[in-house]
Design a protein around this ligand. Sequence first.
Ligand code: ATP
Length: 517
Amino acid sequence: MSDETPTDGRRTADRDFEVDLDDVLDDEDGDEGLFDDLLSGEPIFENKEVLRPSYTPHELPHRKDQINNMATILVAALRGETPSNILIYGKTGTGKTASAKFVSQELEKTSQKYDVPCEVEYINCEVTDTQYRVLAQLANTFIEQNRAFVDARVEELEALRDEAESDPAALETGGSDDVFAEPDEPDDSADPDGEFEELRKRFDSVADIEERIETLHEEKAEMEQVPMTGWPTDRVYATFFDAVDYVERVAVIMLDEIDKLVEKSGDDTLYNLSRMNSELDNSRVSIIGISNDLKFTDFLDPRVKSSLGEEEIVFPPYDANQLRDILQHRSEVAFKANALSEDVLPLCAAFAAQEHGDARRALDLLRTAGELAERDQSESVSEEHVRRAQDKIELDRVVEVVRTLPTQSKLVLYAILLLEDNGVHNVNTGEVYNIYKTLCDELDADVLTQRRVTDLISELDMLGIVNAVVVSKGRYGRTKEISLSVPVEETEAVLEADSRLSDIENVTPFVQARFDN
Ligand SMILES: Nc1ncnc2c1ncn2[C@@H]1O[C@H](COP(=O)(O)OP(=O)(O)OP(=O)(O)O)[C@@H](O)[C@H]1O
């Protein structure tokens, strides 16, 4: 599996200061370069990488139970048995991926120590989200390993052949005809002191060895990598199947964000993976699925559901105290001594606990607060930096959500924004719809029905961009009052940066005219 480890010593390259170019260019004596000013401040970070999401921590406070639970299930792999499949649930940032990767690393380490063939393959299904891609990625990984396995075998056999050529008595006669490195042969390469002891017994002559080397070369030539598109799925599956079964091993396949795979391409992949053990001769496959959507198994075929959920492990959200512990551990490595004022960690933990106990959010807050302090050239990170970091992260989130909205939702949002901009607050759907229609006319865009626009407003409400509350108007019935929940100026800037919306010219007088009517 891929291991993302931190890289030390990149502190200065990571800095994100704003530089006043005029000051630099005005520097007449020319001694001070562009970066001198920035380097002169006392650094706050010792190793900022430790706070990044890509860092896999060696210690995971408050996840002992879940980690032990996983290890108890997976230890079967080290005994050559098939571990039960595991489903891991929990909200975002509760340490599911970090814990699962930690356990995998330990599993692989121990399997090497005891020379038990066991591998963990990690796939992020948000990125690799179709059956084809998942199977192709797995097939190619195993093919790579098989090729390396064959190379190692050939190297040993060539050494044995050379030895036998100079001393034919080196080969013990009467050995079995069994062809070495048939798939069900155990891997004895990790026995350097055995000096071909086993091998010698298996070959009667140099010609035998040559023949086996030839066969291995042929097998390797047939190990064709799966292209990223183009093959029928059956062929990809067959290639993956052969690749995983080429040698004896337990393969643990970790599917992170497994719900995204099911959402995008159904449960065929899981169906195929979960029933393949009955057909494999040499290897065993076990699946770890990780999801933050507790409901995704409702959409699975019942057979897949029961096979996948043989064991379930839940990761509850962290509370503020637990988040503080996590931050404490990381901050000791991430920051210089005394770089954090007393309130910083409790405040980051409290903010993140309000957000559903998300450790990622807590770490982001702490890193951003540190960056803001660094930018201010402060000597330490203060409570105020944390508050500013909280605003910045929230704003970044809003900007990203608005930027990636579909055009029709952007038009509805723009209509609400223009109304607010013109002093009309708590508008109703009809008012929004009128402005929306006029915007569509201006842009020559399709006009959706009012009912559909009402749905889009509800979606914006769920995303936290607008607030839509149903209010009673007495005998006039009930209506929705809609208001913006995000800052007007920034939202307007993001909307106007969209090339399709920037065609709307001079909107304010045009909206004003509608109110005058
Ligand atoms: N107990 C912990 N100790 C130290 N760091 C932690 C702990 N739990 C989570 N983290 C850190 O928080 C961040 C998010 O964790 P992780 O990616 O494991 O969450 P997740 O539950 O898989 O979230 P998602 O569902 O969004 O993928 C990572 O940087 C991880 O290192």
